[in-house]
Design a binder for this molecule. Structure first.
Ligand code: SF4
Ligand code: SF4
Length: 274
């Protein structure tokens, strides 16, 4: 398969989904979960990958594409943006946790991303391509280490693979101070990737700065109910995960995610610089 056929396969898979919907019980309606995804391609031997091994970036437990698959040639990165129906409800939700957001997230993490990626992997394999999906691979793990940032207790996550960092190399976007990845369809969504032994032309990166698309407007800082985000120290992961823990304990399930909507990078690259 070439890039064009992979892109059209993804589009066909997306359009053929029967379960890209979630019911919102309080409104008695169903809404779509994802908009059409974005796709980007990175070379498995791009020198940028090795920067992630440093503890200042991700850390030593992170594995390069070639460690995931000996013959890796390309990393295919995909961004799945949440639909306007999900985002608009989260944007104006006055509650601590938003029903539509949580249901969208449950569908995305529970089956949708895996279903789309497995279908794409099946097509690639049928065409003779070897595929590894790190997030669904038994070697995937995350190590958390306690750190202090800006005088506050924090956590540093060291995953064996980071979808957002892969998307950065594949030209899909840059980080914001909220630590989410800002793509041309914003940051409110999920990322996934496939490592393949197929050489495909990498997409250019329209940026060099890891935070190039963030305009430092501070909107995500204001959205956070526990003051977890700062311009200098980014998102404090201990405070953030503590908030999610509080929500699960209080409501039985759900999450926060306030810093992903109601901000200029929710569904696009903020206009100030780009
Ligand atoms: S809301 Fe503003 S400060 Fe926060 S990540 Fe987006 S662009 Fe950056
Ligand atoms: S998810 Fe919630 S608690 Fe975590 S940084 Fe975003 S707004 Fe703050």
């Amino acid at each position: 398969m070439d890039k064009r056929s992979i892109k059209s396969a993804l589009r066909r898979i997306y359009k053929g989904l029967r379960d890209n919907v979630t019911e919102i019980p309080s409104e008695g309606i169903s809404v779509p979960v994802f908009e059409e995804p974005l796709i980007g391609f990175a070379a498995a031997d791009d020198p940028f990958w090795e920067k992630y091994r440093a503890i200042e970036a991700i850390g030593p437990e992170w594995m390069s594409p070639r460690e995931w698959m000996e013959g890796a040639k390309t990393v295919i990165s995909i961004f799945y943006p949440f639909s306007e129906e999900i985002r608009s409800r989260a944007r104006v939700c006055p509650d601590e946790t938003c029903e539509a957001w949580n249901l969208g997230l449950e569908a995305a993490n529970g089956y949708l991303v895996k279903e789309i990626q497995t279908a794409l992997a099946d097509e690639l394999r049928a065409a003779g391509t070897e595929v590894v999906m790190p997030s669904y691979d038994p070697r995937m793990k995350v190590v958390n280490i306690p750190v202090v940032s800006g005088g506050r207790d924090d956590l540093h996550y060291i995953p064996a693979w980071s979808e957002r960092h892969a998307a950065f190399i594949a030209g899909l976007g840059t980080f914001g101070i909220h630590r989410h990845l800002i793509s041309e369809k914003g940051c409110a969504g999920r990322y996934g990737s496939l490592i393949v032994d197929l050489r495909l032309r990498p997409d250019p990166r329209g940026y060099t700065d890891l935070y190039g698309y963030c305009v430092h407007c501070g909107a995500c800082i204001k959205r956070c109910p526990v003051n977890a985000i700062s311009d200098e120290y980014l998102r404090n992961l201990k405070l953030c995960s503590g908030r999610s823990g509080y929500i699960r304990q209080t409501y039985g399930s759900g999450s926060c995610g306030k810093c992903l909507t109601g901000i200029p990078c929710e569904h696009g690259i903020p206009a100030k610089k780009h």
